[in-house]
Design a protein. Sequence first.
Length: 131
Amino acid sequence: WTRTINNRYVVGVTTNDVTTTDYTTPNYSDVILDDIGNSKQLLGIYVSVNTLDGILSLGIQYSHDGTNFSAITTIGNLSAGTTGYKLYITDLTNIRAPYYRLVATPSNCTLGSRTTKFIYTKKTSTNLQKR
């Protein structure tokens, strides 16, 4: 994650270059160490090239040990041909865990080679992970 901190928010962005021929395998972000639970967060994805002919779902998972993650909770869906940033306000008020990750799951898609950036934000007023 590349984290940018201003006086009110942390913005985390990661870049994953993915080439796939399996059109149902999820692509995972790096683990988010900031405490984004117990609140509403702005989460999203950026796709530079989208040749999909199906749906690309963005989801989130959480873990208490950093290894075993929960089932994917869908945040939103990108339809055929969607490119650019897609951001979602996500209610995580009932989730408390030390580890989170974002997941892009294609459903019968032809994605090919693309750059995918996963994005999260959080207010700086609560427990930042020190680096």
